[in-house]
Design a protein around this ligand. Structure first.
Ligand code: SF4
Length: 305
């Protein structure tokens, strides 16, 4: 794996966000406090801080340049080859981005490990959308799958995620990546569901490996993700799966209501599960306001209240 050395990637069209401008806070090498088995970057020793990184001025100038070249940027996505919250000037950076972002939204993609650091917690409150990973709740699974830097405490992460969810006025999304024979066991799924219910994020994205991983691990099937989504009753679950199988069926009004009572379905779920007559039934339920549509950072959910 080689690194581009470029702070900016994109703008790239994103199905969820329109035009997204990516900001890489570790463009020259991987700097992460995890070394996840499924990482799409090369294996690397974990670190607890970045040693090589662009200055705030360099990042801001690069964003400004992109804004001059591309008139319509909908979202600025702050990420890294590694963990973006290890960037030592993150608070200053988001303050400066918020001064120049105009109508664009800000999004940060983090592994969630630093949420119990009070300063980072407060910094994250300044992003329009915060997306954090939570792959395991048991310590054994967390250490095995995410190969964490010494001293990172999963209990504190979950507690801080609950506080963050109760504090933020913006969008808070969780992401869980399932890996075969690791966090797809019933016991771990139940622990994750209990934690997710307490955290109560605006949305949970569940997915699996879809690029060559750093270690010899395997993805779970789409059916496994669907089963997990059904276990996560009442949660806004978005199944992120490339080339998901299309299996449309005909559902009665009662069946549509019962499915939506179990869990909200995304527009993509509807496209893949509902035949034309079922879609019409759903449309009528929306017209009657028995079903509402909500937008969670670009993902549309159909939900019964
Ligand atoms: S947190 Fe992200 S960058 Fe870090 S090892 Fe895991 S997958 Fe890779």
């Amino acid at each position: 794996m080689s690194y581009s050395n470029s702070i900016i990637f994109g703008p790239i069209p994103s199905r969820r966000f329109g035009i997204s401008l990516g900001v890489d806070l570790s463009p020259s090498s991987k700097q992460c406090n995890f070394d996840c088995l499924y990482c799409e970057l090369e294996r690397a020793k974990t670190v607890d801080s970045m040693t090589t990184y662009p200055t705030v001025e360099e990042v801001i100038n690069a964003i400004k340049e992109s804004f001059e070249k591309h008139s319509k940027i909908d979202v600025i996505t702050v990420t890294a080859n590694g963990e973006p919250t290890l960037y030592p000037k993150l608070d200053e950076l988001i303050t400066e981005i918020n001064k120049i972002k105009d109508n664009a939204k800000t999004l940060i993609l983090s592994n969630g490990s630093t949420i119990y650091d009070k300063n980072i917690f407060n910094t994250l409150l300044h992003f329009d959308t915060v997306k954090l990973s939570l792959d395991c709740v048991s310590e054994k699974c967390f250490k095995k799958l995410d190969r964490i830097h010494n001293g990172i405490d999963i209990e504190k992460i979950v507690e801080s995620m609950i506080t963050f969810s109760n504090t933020t006025k913006n969008q808070f999304v969780l992401e869980i990546l399932f890996v075969k024979d690791l966090n797809d066991k019933e016991e771990e799924i139940n622990l994750l569901y209990k934690a997710v219910k307490k955290i109560n994020p605006s949305r949970v994205d569940i997915g699996t490996i879809d690029r060559p991983p750093a270690y010899e691990v395997k993805p779970v099937s789409f059916e496994t993700l669907e089963n997990i989504a059904n276990i996560f009753e009442g949660i806004n679950v978005n199944i992120a799966y490339k080339n998901r199988p299309k299996q449309t069926n005909s559902f009665s009004e009662e069946e549509v209501i019962s499915m939506l009572k179990r869990r909200p379905l995304t527009l993509e779920d509807i496209e893949n599960l509902f035949d034309e007559s079922s879609k019409k039934i759903l449309e009528k339920l929306v017209e009657k306001k028995l079903v509402l549509t909500i937008d969670s950072s670009g993902v549309i959910f159909y939900k019964i209240f």
